[in-house]
Write a protein that binds this ligand. Structure first.
Ligand code: HMG
Length: 388
């Protein structure tokens, strides 16, 4: 049960994302799949998708994103909680967050665990982190959402692949955005998308998933409006989970102005679906690309995770938000990525345990990783990372 009388001002103090250095153009994919590329560009709203080399995974990109956020604070020892949200976990036992904790040099008394509920998980983590900070004055929490999305070749999901990590620092008196105390949640048991533990690629019912995404928005938004006593006109912008941009555009059309989500979708069109990270990449995209001053604006946030859980909540952007954004760096990182050929994409795509496809030393030499830590070895299923 939400307590709507919270006195503390808690929210997002800093946020950053990281994705692969490599991408496939959807024009290339369309050509090899005998599809009119306009179906991808206009029909689903996507232009490029991140593809991952063997020395990158959900941990290495998470560390890269988190290091950018840590650079914005003076004392990382204030971080008492790290929650790693993912549905692309490679280990059913050990938390991916432990590796992140290690390479960030966080204190041993920082609590770490992973959390899962499809693409919704980072929002669940963010709300938990908010409650934690509200109840532990002076503490900070680090939320990671990191996913690499893979569908089988020649499926309708293939052009919506992608991947990225976001790191979100939650604190009192946040410099980026305050998290408002009301939200609408909608949970329903639906067989729209799943990944059995041994499978590398997701199974899905595309049409059902799109239908349930929109239906859940209706319920979650209703709950939000009821709890907050706000009207739709009180929401300045909405960011949506964007499995592909057209999905978010359809959702916006249902309740809001389609025009108002354009800036929020710039990065997603270039990265593809990044599941838990997707909604927060939309938020970063809005902040980086919107020409209007966003200070004091209310941003609605629609999170959807197949299976399914949906939540609609809102942020109010802080006056000093421009002091913590990384807009130029984000634009440069996306502009400087390296395009892969279709052959390369096929090789990378078919080798999720891909590390062995070109072998240890060569894997490191052939591909540039994005940050300061890379996957150096997978032995007996155990992952060993090294610093560059
Ligand atoms: P499809 O069935 O291949 O595509 O894939 P389609 O035939 O429905 O066409 C898509 C659009 O392109 C249509 O526009 C066509 O008219 C248009 P719409 O009617 O939708 O406005 N089109 C063209 N436009 C211009 N020029 C052309 C052309 N041809 C066609 N020549 C589908 C669509 C959603 C099924 C597919 O992308 C898919 O299966 N995706 C994977 C599942 C998914 O992303 N679902 C989204 C909701 S579930 C979710 O968000 C959760 C998720 O992130 C996972 C999690 O929670 O963990 C997926």
């Amino acid at each position: 049960m939400l307590n709507c009388n919270r006195k503390k001002n808690v929210g997002i103090d800093a946020i950053a994302f990281s994705t692969s250095r490599y991408f496939l153009s959807l024009k290339t994919l369309a050509e090899h799949r005998n599809v009119d590329y306009r179906k991808y560009y206009e029909g689903i709203g996507q232009e490029k998708m991140a593809v991952f080399p063997p020395n990158e995974d959900i941990v290495t990109i998470a560390i890269d994103a988190a290091q950018k956020v840590l650079a914005k604070i003076e004392n990382k020892n204030e971080i008492d909680l790290l929650i790693f949200a993912t549905e692309s976990s490679f280990d059913l036992s050990k938390s991916a967050g432990i590796y992140v904790h290690h390479f960030l040099g966080l204190k041993p008394s920082c609590r770490v665990f992973d959390i899962k509920q499809a693409c919704y998980s980072a929002t669940a983590a963010l709300q938990m982190a908010k409650n934690f900070v509200e109840n532990n004055s002076g503490s900070k929490a680090l939320v990671i959402g990191s996913d690499i999305v893979k569908y089988s070749p020649n499926t309708s999901g293939e052009p919506t692949q992608g991947g990225a990590a976001v790191a979100i620092l939650v604190s009192e008196n946040p410099r980026l955005a305050y998290i408002e105390p009301f939200s609408g949640v909608y949970t329903a048991d639906v067989a729209d998308f799943w990944r059995p533990a041994a499978a590398n690629e997701a199974m899905f019912d595309g049409r059902l998933s799109a239908h349930n995404y929109l239906r859940s928005l209706e319920y979650a938004l209703d709950g939000y409006l009821e709890q907050s006593s706000l009207n739709l006109e009180d929401i300045d912008y909405t960011c949506f989970h964007a499995p592909f941009n057209k999905m978010a555009i359809k959702a916006a059309r249902q309740f809001f102005s389609e025009r108002d989500i354009k800036d929020a979708l710039v990065y997603n069109a270039l990265i593809g679906n990044s599941c838990s990270a997707s909604l927060y990449i939309s938020l970063i995209s809005l902040i980086d690309n919107c020409k209007t001053d966003l200070a004091k604006k209310r941003i609605g946030m629609y999170s959807y995770g197949s299976g399914s859980v949906a939540e609609y909540y809102s942020l109010v952007i802080s006056d000093q938000y421009k002091s913590v954004v990384l807009s130029e760096e984000n634009r440069q990182n996306l502009a400087n990525r390296i395009e892969v050929s279709f052959d390369e994409y096929e090789k990378l795509g078919t080798t999720t345990e891909s590390f062995n496809y070109i072998g240890g030393e060569n894997a490191i030499a052939c591909y540039k990783n994005i940050g300061s830590v890379f996957l150096a070895e997978v032995k007996d299923g155990y992952r060993r990372y090294e610093e560059v």
